[in-house]
Design a binder for this molecule. Sequence first.
Ligand code: URP
Ligand code: ZN
Ligand code: ZN
Length: 574
Amino acid sequence: MSTPVKKVPIHLQSSQNRLLIKNGKVVSDEEITDEDIYVEDGIIKQIGKNLIIPGGTRVIDARGKYVLPGGIDPHTHFEFEFMGTKSVDDFYNGTKAAVAGGTTMIIDFVFPKKGESLIDAYYEYRQKADGKVCCDYSLHVCLPYWSEQVKKEMEILCKEHGVNSFKMFMAYDFMLNDAELYSAFDQCQKLGALAQVHAENGLVIAKNAEKLLAKGITGPEGHELSRPEEVEAEAVNRACVIAKQVDNPLYVVHVMSKSAAEILDQACKRGTRVYGETLVAALGTDGSHYKHECFHHSAGHVLSPPLRPDPTTPLSLMNFLAQGVLQVTGSDNCTFNKSQKELGKNDFRKIPNGVNGVEDRMSVIWEKGVHTGILDPTTFVAVTSTNAAKIFNLYPRKGCIAVGSDADIVIWDPVAIRTISVTTHHQAVDFNIFEGMQCHGVPQYVIVNGRVCVDEGQLRVVEGHGHFVETPTFAPYIYDPEKLASLRAEKNGVDDEVDQLQRIHTVHLEDDTLCPTPTLPDSAVSTPSCRGARPEGQRNIQQSTFSISEDLDVERKSCIRVRNPPGGKSSGFW
Ligand code: URP
Ligand code: ZN
Ligand code: ZN
């Protein structure tokens, strides 16, 4: 495995090596506390009040601001060759835009061509991304076909290359059939990897599309008409049924409709371990845009599954997040310029699928979720960062503000307002689905691995500052919640009995004997899963120690602890 190229010598960052964030409201997925945070060499070293810190430390005053774990976007497609073209946000532009919006880690998808070795494709992605990324990243791997070789390579990716999740498609011409899904899920189960599905019934979509074209419906409106929400819901149900047969946890990517979310809720109540991700696109806008007379406008909103014409969908999906029926938000950032969307000018089937979102995800979810009072800030942190970190086994290195965690921190101004526009966004794409949206909630500072990359609103990213982060299999969140609870207690330095992992499911289920935890193979507990050479600068999160720095006077107790504050507006607590 090649070592990522660091373009910026470490000494250039020395003035920013030590950082104290004072007076902020520190938000985790379960509480808000008044604490200061001391960061050194990219790692959170102390948390508390009256910290003793070395001279020369830069101090950032976060009074009146929230201090959040950096956002984690678990669903991006940078420089993705798809539908005869290539997405325009590359790993540099894409991660730069992510950081501008308060996201400090992304997970992209390796997409092998049909018949191509998964390992070769993985290396191609590493080569594309390493040296370009402005923040840390991990990789999921797609399975666009099924074979014995694929099965073997899945094992190698898990054991040697830091991959713990695979995406299967139930639509597109690279979809797997039910038997293949069964086999792929089964292999994920054996490896302790997470099976992800793109859930839409591809055969039904193809028939619907033929019929629409025969009727002369060729424009972008045909895209949604050919894949209505029951076509999504049916596939979600089928995926849940198949996953249950092999007792495999399932992660449904881009849940775009009420019907699909309801199916997930029912499946979970029946005892399937299933996690749901929705998209900022689905929370922030809707399918009414497909009726827009301008092709560029309507085609600019084309993604799959599509935005729904039912105008109550965004609010319903936000409520599903608040209730814990859905746990994660991604962007599915897969951007194509207007000229690329024109590939489908006369046939909606050929419009490259994908929209923006990596830059605006945090602000749009704050605006539509927290500012409206549907989500409290702790749930915001859960659905934009912590839950993804737990599910993809990055926690507690990522997804929380804790001693020993990476210093990926956002100082969030809940009162400031920004207006989203293609003219000011940092993405390469020439269209923005959130054009004109006013958002309360702006990242004032974004700290990526200890480096201040948004500084009083000014973007100062460094190409190549990020690293690939391995994701070990058998995530404790999924397989061993007790272990995760003890990890959390250890890093907090307190005997915290609260199993916050369970929190999501407790909210969700009347009966917490549902969604049972499977028996974990011994090997999974004792052996770190990534055996391959570790690129420079990476820590194995399974081996991390989360102890308070020696001989430093740390006052551990916070001034205010607000457990699960009731939903309410973000402003007005100080
Ligand atoms: O339309 C979408 N979602 N484009 C990206 C590919 C995928 O299915 O995630
Ligand atoms: Zn998909
Ligand atoms: Zn996607």
